[in-house]
Design a protein around this ligand. Structure first.
Ligand SMILES: *Cc1c(COP(=O)(O)O)cnc(C)c1O
Length: 434
């Protein structure tokens, strides 16, 4: 009896999780009411792309930015229509020149690196720490050349990057730091919010993030000049600089990166809920870790002593040698037990075709083959061994953004893992081709 109950679904046993979890849903009555008010006003965006009082946007844009500044304790917040737009604006605003090198993690969403290319600058991938999946400061230092001008420090999965070490490197080599904190709003490092310790911090407000406005993003900085350059790039800089008396024309190539009144009205309400969403995920994560930490060959999330984790992902790492089975089999077994929201691996940006073939602008290898690029940039397999190994062999993520998990759901997930772990010997017999 006991045996058959513990039999894996793959082997004809009962499925551990029989129903779908409740989807994560962060929008409530408050947002609906806020949107209704904007709709009734008829002013869905008040931005003007000329030097005018509406250059900075309408009432809700300003109110949202003020709320973000107050919450995060920063001098400036600049809303944008996505974090991708925000990162592009950020690279321009720190004064990057074509051919400058910016060090970035390969273990991040693609926009962290393409933002660099958009200004014809060169992404240089440094490896990550196996514990936090964030840039390894040692590898950053190894990748610095006379052409390095900035570090794109991504706070991946909800854990802040090592800003103490990265700031020390930046000071030593006179580099700017941009924090891509899209996955870490509300996470803390040395009692500061992730994103607020860099020259510019960037957050995403897309549907999949902790809080969202459908699409959207927001930047923070304590530097008045950088803030103004961000606002210019957001809103057709080139058409505005003359009237505004902006004398430094560097990178005053503008876009329409403006976020609308509706989104900002939603953002104001969402921001009020951020603390609650983050602590709910932290509770889920603690319960998962309590249930999983003793499973041999499974590493539950590592949180550094000076940090908190916002758990966009709940990252797990398998010790494949210890377990003696490939990740794919464990993954298949967990999936069969009904565990939803798992991902095998995450991403290794340098292995994308664009970098492997060096085809971005046009077909002839620009910017890498152009004279603006100072040296031969290497993107081959092997430059980031830790990230590559995690991707190919050992990383198993649980997407905390997909579902609203209650304690019972978490306990079922734990049961599924424990069932799979108690069947490792049976799974071994399947062979690695399964
Ligand atoms: C989601 C995300 C982005 C991009 O956000 P958008 O608002 O969708 O443009 C950038 N970086 C990271 C790490 C992300 O997770």
């Amino acid at each position: 009896m006991e045996n058959s109950k513990n039999r894996l679904f793959l082997f004809g046993g009962p499925k551990t999780i029989k129903s779908e979890f409740e989807p994560y849903h962060s929008i409530g009555r408050e947002e609906t009411e806020a949107v209704r008010q904007v709709m009734e006003s008829g002013v869905l965006s008040q931005f003007l792309g000329v030097w005018h009082k509406d250059f900075y946007g309408g009432e809700k844009v300003r109110e949202f930015e003020k709320a973000w500044m107050d919450f995060f304790g920063v001098k400036h917040a600049i809303s944008v229509n996505s974090a991708t737009s925000g990162l592009i604006a950020a690279i321009g605003a720190i004064g990057i020149e074509p051919g400058d090198e910016v060090i970035v993690s390969p273990w991040t969403m693609c926009a962290s690196a393409t933002a660099i290319l958009h200004w014809n600058a060169i992404p240089v991938f440094a490896d990550i720490e196996p514990e936090t999946f964030n840039l390894d400061p040692k590898s950053v230092e190894d990748n610095i050349t006379p052409y390095t001008k900035a570090i794109m420090a991504v706070d991946i999965f909800g854990h802040p990057a090592d800003m103490d070490a990265l700031s020390a490197i930046a000071d030593k080599h006179d580099l700017k730091i941009i924090s891509d904190s899209a996955q870490s709003p509300g996470a803390l490092i040395n009692a500061n919010y992730a994103g607020t310790l860099a020259d510019i911090g960037s957050y995403s407000l897309n549907y999949h993030k902790h809080i969202h406005t459908g699409e959207g993003g927001i930047l923070v900085t304590n530097d008045d000049e950088i803030a103004e350059r961000l606002r210019l790039i957001r809103n057709h800089a080139e058409a505005v600089v003359e009237e505004k008396d902006q004398v430094d024309l560097k990178n005053m190539l503008g876009y329409n990166f403006r976020l609308g009144e509706i989104e900002c009205a939603i953002g104001i309400e969402q921001l009020k809920k951020l603390d609650g969403f983050v602590s709910a995920r932290q509770r889920v994560a603690r319960r998962l870790t309590t249930g999983l930490y003793d499973l041999p060959g499974l590493r539950t999330p590592v949180i550094k002593a000076n940090c908190t984790h916002a758990y966009y992902m709940y990252p797990l790492v398998l010790d494949i040698e210890k377990i003696g089975i490939k990740r794919h089999i464990i993954y298949r077994a967990l999936l069969a037990e009904g565990v939803q929201g798992l991902s095998e691996g995450y991403v290794t940006l340098h292995l994308l075709p664009m970098y492997q073939k060096k085809i971005a602008y046009g077909s002839k290898g620009f910017p890498w083959t152009s004279e603006i690029c100072h040296r031969d940039i290497e993107y081959h397999r092997g430059i980031c061994p830790i990230a590559e190994d995690l991707q190919e062999n050992s990383y198993l993520g649980y997407k905390m953004c997909l579902n609203d998990l209650n304690d019972d759901d978490v306990d079922l997930i734990v049961m599924a893992f424990r069932k799979v772990w108690s069947n490792l010997d049976n799974l071994k017999d399947l062979g690695n081709d399964f």
